[in-house]
Write a protein that binds this ligand. Structure first.
Ligand code: DON
Length: 305
């Protein structure tokens, strides 16, 4: 497996410089497009890695499936389906989902920012700070890594420049969906996006979803199987935003991207994959990362379709 991963990293090197690091968050613009890493945790208990798998980056939107899982664990599936919805928006991640003067509630979706900001008010906790701490604890539990923490520079950079997210949150407030203080809600969301991980962390988290709620190695149950099905289904339809259809055809597994350059891919019952390469395509997904996943899927017959 490791030889295959080395080969994929070598073959995909040509795509690294074709993407551009996110620049709308100034701190992310410092990402090095030469980085490309992969880590795989397989159901036979083996772990394999290649390239820059150990380099840290911020989780960004890959926190959305974890936020969704926490929302499910705190409120149940019926509540999440009713309040947030699961229909694919087919829109960019920062789309303003307002239609003809009313909030397109059926288009909130847990994977776009408006839905994710809303979800960060629906998880349990007395304040944004308390909600964030619970989310961080869940992230550490799924990744099996107690050392996971926030990248304070990225957090400050997001908070300073995140005016589009501010607009989305105030829109939710306008429509009576947020009772709490908007800045407190946003603080939880910005901190969540700034959680620092590496490819191994993402692979371990992905494996929990692939293994239907059970941890790697110990097989300990961390969350109910039905929530793994729920999150995986949402990821397959919306995890790569308005690139989800193309990704389903090319790779064919539930996955989530982040503008930090990470991708978490879930091959149900088989493996969890973490990938990192900061050069993004025009939809905000890691360009070389998708190429590497496409190759891994082709070589290992991973497509669920
Ligand atoms: O909300 C934002 O702008 C970012 N913190 C997260 C967006 C993101 O990662 C989109 N993913 N491809």
């Amino acid at each position: 497996m490791e030889a295959l991963l080395e080969e994929i990293i070598r073959d995909c090197a040509v795509y690294k410089a074709q993407g551009r690091p996110a620049s709308y968050i100034p701190e992310l613009a410092k990402g090095d497009v030469n980085d490309l890493g992969i880590y795989v945790v397989s159901s036979d208990g083996q772990s394999s890695r290649a390239g820059d798998w150990h380099k840290p980056f911020t989780i960004q939107s890959i926190v959305k499936p974890i936020l969704l899982l926490m929302c499910l664990m705190d409120n149940g599936a019926a509540f999440v389906r009713e309040k947030i919805g699961v229909e694919a928006t087919g829109k960019p991640f920062d789309a303003i989902n307002v239609d003809g003067g009313s909030l397109a509630a059926q288009h909130l979706n847990p994977m776009v920012n408006m839905g994710a900001i809303y979800m960060s008010t629906l998880i349990r906790g007395r304040s944004g700070g308390e909600r964030f701490e619970r989310l961080l604890e869940l992230t550490r539990l799924l990744a099996g890594n107690r050392d996971i923490a926030v990248d304070e520079n990225v957090y400050r950079s997001e908070k300073r420049t995140g005016n589009r997210n501010r607009a989305l949150a105030y829109m939710l407030k306008t429509y009576g969906m947020i009772d709490d203080d908007v800045e407190d809600v946003l603080d939880c969301y910005f901190r969540a996006c700034s959680i620092r991980v590496d490819c191994r962390d993402l692979a371990n988290i992905a494996y929990c979803f692939a293994n239907r709620g059970r941890a790697p190695i110990t097989d300990e149950r961390l969350f109910p199987m039905e929530y793994a099905h729920f999150v995986n289904a949402v990821l397959v339809t919306c995890g790569m935003y308005d690139g989800s259809g193309d990704f389903a055809v090319r790779v064919g597994v539930p996955a989530k991207s982040g503008v930090g350059g990470g991708i978490m891919a879930v091959a149900p019952t088989r493996m969890g994959v973490g990938i990192f390469s900061p050069g993004l395509d025009e939809k905000g997904n890691s360009l070389a990362g998708i190429k590497a996943l496409e190759e891994l899927s082709r070589r290992m017959y991973l497509s669920i379709f």
